[in-house]
Design a protein around this ligand. Structure first.
Ligand code: GTP
Ligand code: MG
Length: 704
């Protein structure tokens, strides 16, 4: 491959709902780009993208796959992504490192929720996008309905720059109003005649061209002036005007294609080459690389995918990893198209490439030429929306499982592995059940580990609602070293804005406790804890206060109700007793722990559960089912709205009710909905639920 300068590079991410034809389009682009001389198919498991065993097994893309094509003296870097919401990682990293997107839309379906989800990200990242209406030669294809759904979703931004002469099994030609020509295809491999527009279609083409000319004029003052003066613009001026509008994301040109029959693909690549933006990165700075993906690949080992974010890189160059200070030498450079790695000698700013066998490099890290201090901000991936606990079916595999999970988490930033000390479980946070099933597949097949997946515990919180006192004497004075400690304490809930007074009715008498020592802490797990030493008359040496606090903290970490973290409690130690010999730390730890536990149970204890704000995007016809399902999950509807032809439902839902929610939602709506979930706050658990949880915990305690 020859070396390309930045202005001759185009970085494009493929977007679109699952099965809308992204991988098939990529295959046709590689064919047109002379990277392959025969096109494979997804069904035959012979495409360049979708080259992993698991993708071929499930006949869909799961990972992002970097590809390239050489076309019209340009290098097109293309990142194929997965349309399924569970595998959103590729879309996010693709939109981070690419400069424009191609959105495929299945002409038999029109805009789907997958289209919507990807379009939201396109707007979030403010990237220009063109729309390829694909599968036009299929029986169900409907151009007009698809255009309607595009206008519903994107309003006047969706602007057709082509229209098919016929749709369905007959589809073999379209009129392109940018070129004012008709493209007629024969055979399967993109063979095409470029003809004059037939008279019966010329009127429609002229109207569309006029609309495009107006849009081009609107994008630039000088063009606007000329357009008003002379009433028309040249093809070149129209293209330049549209380029401005396209690059600004003011409009999404709509193209016709059949990726499977390689019809219209070349024209889309021409548009990308002529109109889509080149990378903005500068070759004149010191070299800096941003690692956007890492993967373990057969025969190659660790592969590191990067974007040259400034300067240029040649073989044998030394780098500093700005995130861990490590030194790396890049011995080999590749341009990459799936499993195909083509050696190159140089890559310039804006280009995408990969290398192998680096020592300690992860996704989101920056590698710099020594002396360059730049650090590229990490890609932010969407919050998880599926959580499951995991353990090896056989304990002997525990360590192996730990290593495999760490590797999986390092390769897939949307997979977050949590070793929860609080819940004493390993928890996987992912994007959905399919996402976790793929991980399971790898653990079973690549690592030969059998695993169990089950509902994770809920990080409840415990607190109190009123004042209570308790005392406890720990006495062990039979044989050996004795232990003795007596603690008398009072607890009260910490209420925002209410200052402690130390004034209470104790044993029926108004009592003013003297606060001699005060410790306050913000708890790691949220909420506050305050500890007051109010012991007078030397009943307990101050030296034992840390032990008393320690005993109480042990119960704060493992609350009396369900063993969950306790929060927002103020403790007054106001009396107790020591033994001159047998009083030791351990005695006061035990005494305090039990006194606190007893007081807690009398202080109107309540259990708090994590509440998530769930936002569901769903087609109108499924709204009723989705709402009642949410209400069956103790969800409280917070609001409803609509966006681009979809209904939006917002609700507060307990985490305890959200296990496998993505799976249920997908089955209620036949995969036509999506949702996000974000932690909101803690809320009291309903009494009946609390009772059940307390009972379950008591049982668990008995078993231990
Ligand atoms: N008839 C026809 N079938 C197509 C066309 N494009 C794709 N297909 C078929 O549609 C199915 C899905 O195509 P893919 O290319 O895997 O779609 P995708 O967008 O990559 O799907 P995900 O990887 O799941 O996101 C496959 O069976 C393809 O052969 C087309 O233009 N015409
Ligand atoms: Mg695919």
């Amino acid at each position: 491959m020859k070396n390309y300068t930045t202005d001759k590079i185009r970085n494009v991410v493929l977007l679109g709902s699952s099965r809308s034809g992204k991988t098939t389009l990529a295959e046709a682009m590689l064919f047109e780009g002379k990277v392959i001389d025969r096109r494979g198919t997804v069904e035959a498991k012979t495409t360049v993208s979708d080259n992993t065993e698991v993708e071929q097994l499930f006949q869909r893309s799961i990972y992002s796959t970097p590809l390239f094509a050489e076309f019209m003296d340009h290098k097109l870097n293309v990142i194929d992504t997965a349309g399924a919401d569970d595998f959103v990682e590729g879309v996010i990293l693709g939109l981070n490192v690419c400069d424009s997107g191609i959105m495929t839309v299945n002409a038999g379906q029109g805009v789907e929720v997958g289209t919507e989800i990807h379009a939201r990200y396109v707007e979030q990242y403010k990237k220009p996008m063109l729309i390829a209406v694909n599968q036009l030669e299929t029986e169900k294809a409907n151009w007009d309905n698809t255009l309607d759904s595009l206008h519903q979703a994107f309003g006047s931004k969706a602007v057709p720059v082509q229209f098919p002469v016929s749709v369905g099994l007959e589809f073999n030609s379209f009129v392109d109003v940018l070129k004012m020509k008709m493209y007629k295809f024969s055979g399967e491999d993109g063979a095409c005649q470029i003809l004059d527009i037939p008279a019966d279609l010329a009127g429609k083409a002229e109207d569309m061209k006029a609309a495009l000319m107006e849009m081009a004029a609107e994008s630039d003052e000088a063009l606007m002036e000329k357009y008003f003066d002379q009433g028309e613009l040249s093809e070149e001026e129209v293209r330049n005007g549209l380029k401005v509008g396209f690059v600004n994301g003011d409009f999404y040109p709509v193209f016709c294609c059949s990726a499977k029959k390689d019809m219209g693909v070349k024209r889309i690549m021409e548009f990308v080459t002529e109109v889509a933006p080149a990378p903005k990165e500068s070759v004149n700075d010191k070299t800096s690389l941003f690692v956007y993906k890492t993967a373990l690949e057969q025969h190659l080992g660790d592969v590191t995918y990067f974007k040259v974010v400034s300067g240029k890189i040649t073989e044998g160059q030394d780098f500093v990893n700005m995130n861990n200070g490590g030194k790396e030498r890049i011995t080999t450079l590749y341009a990459v198209a799936g499993k195909k790695k083509e050696k190159v000698t140089e890559l310039v700013a804006g280009d995408l490439g990969c290398t192998v066998k680096l020592k300690a490099v992860k996704t989101n890290q920056t590698l710099n030429q020594p002396g360059n201090e730049k650090v590229v901000p990490p890609i932010e991936f969407p919050p998880s929306k599926y959580r499951t606990a995991i353990k090896a079916s056989d304990e002997k595999d525990d360590e192996k499982l730990g290593e495999a999970l760490n590797r999986a988490g390092a390769e897939d930033p949307t997979l977050r592995i949590e070793y929860s000390k609080e819940l004493r479980q390993t928890i996987i946070n992912g994007m959905g059940e399919q996402h976790i099933n793929i991980l399971k597949w790898h653990l079973n097949n690549d690592y030969k580990i059998e695993i169990d997946l089950f509902a994770p515990k809920i990080p409840y919180r415990e607190t109190i609602t009123k004042v209570a006192t308790a005392e406890y004497t720990h006495k062990k004075q039979s044989g050996g070293a004795g232990q003795y400690g007596r603690v008398v304490l009072l607890i009260e809930p910490i209420v925002e804005g209410v200052e402690p007074t130390g004034r209470f009715k104790i044993d029926g008498k108004d009592t003013q406790l003297t606060i001699k020592g005060k410790e306050e802490a913000a708890l790691d797990w949220g909420g506050k804890f305050e500890f007051f030493n109010c012991v007078v008359g030397g009943a307990i040496d101050a030296g034992f206060m840390p032990a008393i606090k320690k005993g109480i903290m042990q119960k704060m970490e493992e609350g009396p109700l369900t063993g969950s973290y306790a929060r927002d409690i103020r403790v007054y130690i106001y009396d107790g007793k020591m033994h001159p010999v047998d009083s030791k730390e351990i005695a006061f730890i035990i005494a305090a722990r039990n006194a606190f536990k007893d007081a807690f149970k009398q202080a109107g204890p309540k259990l708090l559960e994590p509440i998530y704000l769930v936002e569901v995007m769903v087609p109108g016809d499924c709204m009723g089912d989705v709402m009642s399902d949410i209400q069956n999950r103790r969800g409280i509807i917070e609001g409803m709205g609509s966006e681009k032809g979809f209904q939006i439902l917002k609700a507060r839902v307990p985490l305890a009710e959200l296990y496998k929610y993505s799976t249920t939602l997908s089955s209620i709506t036949s995969g036509r909905a999506t949702f996000t979930m974000e932690f909101l706050d803690y809320q009291q658990v309903p009494m009946d639920v609390q009772e059940k949880l307390l009972k379950a915990y008591e049982e668990e305690e008995k078993d231990e």
